[in-house]
Design a protein around this ligand. Sequence first.
Ligand SMILES: [Mn+2]
Length: 402
Amino acid sequence: MTVILTRNEHKIVGVCSLPFSILHFADLHLDAAFTGSRLPAPLARRCREQLRQTLRRLIDLAKSRGADAVTVAGDLFEHARLSPDTAAFLAGEFARLAPIPVFIAPGNHDAADAGSLYQRGRWPENVNIFISNRLTERPLAKNFSLWSAGHLSPSERQNFLQNFQLPAPTGSPRFPILLLHATLLSSPSPNGSNHAPLTLEDIRRAGFPLALLGHYHTPQIARANNTVAIYPGSPEPLGFDEPGQHGVAWIQLENDQPPQIEMIPLAELHFETIDVAVDDCAHRDQLFDKIIALKNERDFSEDFVRLRLAGQAQPSLFLDLPVLAHRVQSHFAFLRIENLTRPSDDVQQIAQEPTVRGTFVREIMAAFEREGANAEPQSQQRYMEALIYGLQAFNQEEIALR
Ligand SMILES: [Mn+2]
């Protein structure tokens, strides 16, 4: 048996008579807080429960499809928040997979330090954990081998592939697969702030035609020069910064074929961000109608939605966000409204007023000119918010903090 990698496609030749299938996932983040999206506590708890349900479905999928191995590229759980209940659940789910083997490469959130579940927990026999920050090999069936390393601390910054080269095969060669929690970069980064950085070229140079990765929560497949790297993404999104499809990757290795990659959607959670322009709204019922039109177009009743109000607000428009949210929230599984509107051009007019309000606007505009105009967008935003809150106070409106 030989492994022949053709020049343009990483074909697998003579390695296996039957296809070899891997279910690959990463970044499940069991027991995650979901605080990034400011979900209310009961909802965050439901999301954590969903992560566990998703692990169950993922295990069911591996069994029903007859996976030959399951690989996990880190951030399986959040070490700092992991409950004993979840730890026991995790071991039970992997035991349910037996005899299918599980291979785990710890990441930065589930680093394999001395106090970690990886080192101290009791794991079923089919679970293999890479507790070393040097690449080591585990045979996968007869013809494949998995090379992996784990993060031993939450701040692992080394490139695991630096100075690494696959040894020349002794006996019958095995098709080498890399499994890592790592930050794939388009070029080497000098700043040293990335978790386990590497490039596709590092992977190719080390001798791996296939890399099963974790860390980026958005699914992606990167290819170049006979090398393919797969990020399955997080099986469930963890917040509004993770829109789109989420699930796991299914990889099939077969004679005379490049690795076949299938992304399988599994996520039950959906985070959506929708921008709504307020420019044409003279009063908030017009905005209310716009939001109702959105939900008539599409069913959001199972979705977590962030509505971002944008554009220039007319002087008459009072965005009473709590009231607005109360009127429309029953159409969404969760609704958060963010006010990113700019005040109307009327502020120039107000600045002419011989009133305290006029003085306030003049002072803010002068301060903005002095310090804010060339500053960071965040700093500019602060001046804008000061102006908006101030005007709301002068108008004796309820101040809806952003
Ligand atoms: Mn992660």
